[in-house]
Design a protein around this ligand. Structure first.
Ligand code: GLA
Length: 388
């Protein structure tokens, strides 16, 4: 991502030598909707990122300019309320968390922009939250560690944006390592950066270019459905804390709820955790065929049992099924739009994109946008020379 335009916007609006931060988007290989169920995920930071420039301004106000939206939001540290600019709430939410935890944040100016497509399920929101958290930590020497920034960012999303999200996106953003995926246990927060040799294979994202409105509300509903399932199961198995502690064989008490949907949701989560464990082994041993099958199985589960897919995502996955160079495909992230992630054998990628793109337009009347992504480093300072 070329930072020049963002630097020049900063120089036009503000003064001072800024701290410069790069904050990436993320993919998730497998393990969807498992994070808030204290399960397992396999995400990675990618080479699409937001760049943020931050400088102290000696006041009690914060001025933030979004290059992509071409809008500026100003808020006072004495009165942090929701902004009419939706994007600004991710930032205000993090600042609120920092102040709430006694961090000495003072007024700052910030300009940010980047190439993470918004609403595509690549966690541009986590990139913004973590980028701000990381940047303010540097700017004011707050002494926060990565996990504290992750937690503040996650909390900001649920308090100021209203999505009661899990920890995966923010964790991947902060803990990504170049060329390595993150094997994260969302119960213990133990993680490992795992080197996977993708030689001969590509990770291709295909953007449906839709983001259905019900996404956020349905996300929160799925979380409540899983919690309702756990509550019922605890009557029979008082030792369990989450679906992570359950096996498929333990789900019969759910039938007493007379709500088959809850059982389906719980089944999906338990099966998905199993897929992550096995899928991780597949990747480590280079068995991409076996991993690809799990991606398709994951999509089936998300589409039918968890019901967070949509027509456009299903079309994109279905179009790959008879293509031998596609080993696996599935919707990625919260669902109801955004991207599919596809594991493909090195071949004529362009031909494949054209074929799927045409099929997609025929079926939906929409344009599909492809991104070939590489696994990148998590949020970090960016070395840039700034001309005076
Ligand atoms: C969104 C949330 C994550 C996670 C995924 C689904 O990206 O922010 O916490 O729950 O959906 O796996």
């Amino acid at each position: 991502m070329n930072a020049d335009k963002i630097i020049s916007q900063f120089q036009q609006r503000f003064t001072g030598a800024p701290t410069i931060v790069r904050s990436p988007g993320r993919i998730n290989l497998i393990g969807e909707h498992t994070d808030y169920n204290y399960g397992l995920v396999l995400p990675a930071a990618i080479d699409k990122e937001i760049i943020l420039l931050l400088a102290a301004n000696g006041t009690n106000s914060c001025n933030v300019y979004s290059c992509d939206m071409q809008e500026q939001a100003t808020f006072s540290l004495d009165d942090l309320t929701r902004s009419p600019h939706n994007w600004a709430n991710y930032i205000i939410g993090v600042v609120h968390q920092l102040l709430d935890h006694g961090c000495q944040v003072q007024g700052f100016d910030c300009v940010f922009g980047g190439d993470i497509p918004i609403g595509a399920g690549l966690s541009s929101s986590a990139a913004l939250e973590c980028g701000i958290g990381f940047g303010l930590n540097e700017l004011w020497d707050l002494g926060l560690n990565k996990l504290q920034i992750v937690r503040f960012a996650q909390q900001a999303e649920s308090d100021f944006v209203g999505v009661n999200c899990g920890i995966m996106d923010q964790f991947a953003n902060m803990h990504g390592k170049f060329g390595q995926i993150i094997q994260l246990d969302c119960r213990s927060l133990e993680y490992r950066n795992v080197e996977v040799d993708f030689t001969g294979h590509y990770l291709l994202l295909l953007n449906t270019n839709v983001k259905h409105q019900l996404g956020n509300s349905e996300y929160n509903i799925r979380r409540m459905e899983c919690e309702a399932g756990v509550k019922k199961l605890q009557e029979a198995f008082p030792q369990i804390h989450s679906l992570r502690d359950c096996s498929l064989g333990m789900l019969d008490p759910l039938d007493e709820l007379n709500d088959p949907v809850i059982r389906q949701r719980c089944e999906y989560v338990i099966e998905e955790n199993q897929r992550v464990v096995k899928g991780c082994e597949d990747l480590k041993s280079g068995d991409f065929e076996a991993f690809g099958e799990k991606m398709y199985a994951c999509h089936e589960g998300l589409s039918h049992k968890y019901q967070v897919s949509c027509k456009e995502l299903d079309v994109l996955v279905d179009l790959t099924r008879d293509m031998p160079q596609v080993l696996g495909a599935r919707m990625m992230g919260g669902g109801f739009g955004g991207c599919t992630i596809n594991l493909i054998k090195e071949s004529s990628v362009q031909e494949l994109i054209t074929h799927i793109g045409q099929g997609y337009t025929q079926a939906t009347g929409r344009e599909m946008v492809p991104y070939q992504v590489k696994i990148a480093e998590g949020t970090s300072l960016k070395e840039c020379s700034i001309a005076n």
